[in-house]
Design a protein around this ligand. Sequence first.
Ligand SMILES: NC(=O)CC[C@H](N)C(=O)O
Length: 413
Amino acid sequence: MNSSADIQAILALADGTIFRGVSIGSRGHRVGEVVFNTAMTGYQEILTDPSYARQLVTLTYPHIGNTGTNSEDSESGNTHKIWAEGLIIRDATMATSSFRNTESLTDYLTRNDTVAIADIDTRKLTRILRDKGAQHGCIMTASEGSAITPDDEQKAIELAKGFAGLSGMDLAKECCNPDGFEWTEGTWELSDTLLNRDVEGSFDTGTGGFFKQLGKHIDEKYNVVAYDFGTKTNILRMLVDRGCRVTVVPAETPIADVLAMNPDGIFLSNGPGDPAACTYAIDNVRHIIENTDVPTFGICLGHQLVGLASGANTMKMKTGHHGANHPVQDVEAGTVMITSQNHGFAVDEATLPDNVKSTHRSLFDGTNQGIELTNKPVFSFQGHPEASPGPHDCAPLFDRFITLMEAAKTAQA
Ligand SMILES: NC(=O)CC[C@H](N)C(=O)O
């Protein structure tokens, strides 16, 4: 909603298209790859998903911010960092309403130094991205006390053209937590009794507050080492729910160090950038496949790394998949799952070696969505079984990882 007090902002695409709107975040400019996400909910999870690093995300759902933000819906762990390079929306809500809200979306964006633009025609933008593929872009806000000038527009187009593009970019080592950490929280659900949030508005992990944690009561049966390439937090929560003690290690941790921890299973996380550029990670996964029998599960970037380490290629997609309603078929069973997706690269199925089976395919465009090795307990999935946001149809993939670890333990006993 425009008012004379609004700060002008523009989105410039590298092809010269300019969208004019208003700033709803911090001032400045940011460049990145412009992608559209079709999920109707989950703007906070999307903003905090590390896989969106260097991407300017437009949400096709028009009205954003209604329920505000809170400290629980972060996908970037305890840092709560916004990883998306910028946000592009149609309509920022004027009133925030939710009992879980602690901060409006606009305040949240500003506090996190995120540049964001509203009041633009996101349908037109999405059509451009659909027709031409993901575009390089620049969001720029007017500087203090002035309006956007024709010079600003020209500069924004040049900045968009100057973005190097995600192909060849290794962002995993930059976006992981460099210190590693133990993750102990499971998923949560609203508690039966609704009590007040404490004065700090902090997350009450007990059973008496807004939320009760699931999974905490389960004994830690499986020692899982999770390679962090920019992991989403809900993946770690879902592992904890299933009885895993989760040790998260940075992307470049040598595989020898991981194996020295004697893991029951190795998890390969999602993450931003081009998987083929993460050569150290590909080497580590190749080592797992060729020299060990440790059950291994990869999600999204982790899936692509399994593909690359087994000898397949990955390719850049036209627009990629970003949404919460993507149908994926289980190749063997023929069943269809509605899945959450966020990727711009894909494993090229035509290049899969003989010992790697395609297990899942996208019903939107036929691209590969899952693989498994026929000679090792290693499998991976392109979509997001942890959802956040999105449907939970493929959550049983986590159980499959547990089954593999259990089988390996039984075989060893
Ligand atoms: N969510 C992810 O892990 C994304 C993987 C990779 N960066 C891609 O865009 O395809």
